[in-house]
Write a protein that binds this ligand. Structure first.
Ligand SMILES: Nc1ncnc2c1ncn2[C@@H]1O[C@H](COP(=O)(O)OP(=O)(O)O)[C@@H](O)[C@H]1O
Ligand SMILES: [Mg+2]
Length: 280
C-alpha cells in the first residue's frame, strides 16, 4: 500500500502506457452561498488496459472524477489528460454508464440500444444498425427480449440493456458509476463475472466507481481509496490476483480477504469522518 502524497500513483499490475492522467486536480463547486471543494489535489495515472476501482465515502468526489474523464466537467485547477491530450469537451472514446440506468421507458430494448446510431454514429455506419444492435443484445444475454420495454425487464436485464447501449459505441474505455449497486447480491456476482469476461476479451480500460470494497477487489487490478470530502487519495493498492477471475469463488480465498481487510483499514476512518460532517 502506498500512501498519498504529491506524487502520481503508478505501478499497477497492468503496465501499459498511461491512458488517463489526473495531475493536481482540484474541483470547486459554487453553490448559492458558498464554494464547496469536492476534489482537492488528486494525481493519478491509469494505464491502458487497466482496471481501476475508485472507492470512498459518499460525497468524496468519485462521480466528479468520472465526469472529468468523460469531458462533462473541467477541473478548477490541475489537468485531466486522455492519451496525453487534455480532455476538452465530451470524450468520445469513453462509454459512460451513470449510476441510474437511463433507458428511455417508451422505447423497446432494441430501440434503446440503437439510439447510438441516431445520436453519434457516422451516417455511413447506419446501414449496419440492425446487425450491430442484434449483436450487442446477444452479447449481453438479452436475445429474445428485443421488443420488450424497460418496465417489462428485471433490474439485471435493464443493466444489461444499458451495457449494450454503451458498448455499441465500441468505446476503448468504460466509466462505470456504481453499475450494479441496485442489484441483489447474487445477481451482482453474475453481472460482475460477465463484465470481467467482456473486459478481458476486449482489452478495454475500465474505471469503476463503487462503494463495495469486495466488488472493487474482485474486479480491479488497482483500488484507489479516497478520503472523505474534499476528496484526496488516501491509499492505492494493487490487486495482483490472476485472471480470469470468478467473483463468486474468489471471495473465499485468503488473498481476497487480505486485500479487503487492508483496504477497509484505510476506508474505515474516512467513512467515519464523512458521517461526522453534514453531507452537502
Ligand atoms: N454540480 C454540483 N454542484 C454543486 N455541488 C456538487 C455538484 N456535483 C457534486 N457536488 C458536490 O461535490 C461533492 C462530490 O460529489 P460526487 O462526486 O457526486 O461524490 P461521490 O460520487 O463520491 O458520492 C459532494 O459534496 C457533492 O454534493
Ligand atoms: Mg457518485
Amino acid at each position: 500500500m502506498h500512501m498519498s502524497g504529491q506524487t502520481a500513483f503508478t505501478g499497477a499490475a497492468k503496465t501499459g502506457p498511461t491512458l488517463i492522467s489526473l495531475k493536481d486536480v482540484v474541483v470547486d463547486f459554487a453553490t448559492r452561498d458558498r464554494v464547496v471543494r469536492a476534489v482537492d489535489g488528486i494525481s493519478l495515472d491509469m494505464p491502458e488496459g487497466g482496471f481501476t476501482a475508485l472507492v470512498g465515502p459518499s460525497g468524496c468526489g468519485k462521480s466528479t472524477v468520472l465526469n472529468m474523464v468523460a469531458g462533462l466537467l473541467k477541473p478548477s485547477a490541475g489537468s485531466v489528460t486522455f492519451e496525453g491530450r487534455p480532455v476538452d469537451g465530451p470524450n468520445t472514446r469513453v462509454g459512460y454508464m451513470t449510476q441510474k440506468d437511463t433507458l428511455l421507458p417508451w422505447r423497446t430494448v432494441e430501440d434503446n440500444v440503437g439510439i447510438a446510431f441516431e445520436l453519434r454514429c457516422r451516417r455511413s455506419e447506419r446501414g449496419d444498425k440492425a446487425a450491430r444492435v442484434a449483436e450487442m443484445i446477444e452479447r449481453v444475454g438479452l436475445k429474445g427480449f428485443e421488443k420488450h420495454f424497460p418496465s417489462e425487464l428485471s433490474g439485471g436485464m435493464r443493466k444489461r440493456a444499458a451495457l449494450a447501449r454503451m458498448l455499441i459505441y465500441k468505446p476503448s474505455t468504460l466509466l462505470l458509476d456504481e453499475p450494479f449497486g441496485a442489484l441483489d447480491a447474487q445477481l451482482r456476482l453474475i453481472m460482475q463475472k460477465e463484465l470481467l469476461e467482456l473486459v478481458d476479451a476486449s482489452g478495454m480500460t475500465v474505471v469503476l466507481v463503487t462503494h463495495d470494497l469486495e466488488e472493487a477487489v474482485s474486479l480491479a487490478d488497482k483500488v484507489v481509496v479516497f478520503t472523505s470530502r474534499p476528496g484526496r487519495i488516501r491509499a492505492v493498492r494493487d490487486i495482483p490476483i490472476p485472471r480470469p477471475r470468478d467473483p463468486a469463488t474468489l471471495r473465499f480465498t485468503d488473498a481476497f480477504r487480505d486485500h479487503c481487510a487492508a483496504l477497509w483499514d484505510e476506508l474505515r476512518d474516512e467513512v467515519a469522518a464523512a458521517m461526522a460532517t453534514p453531507h452537502a
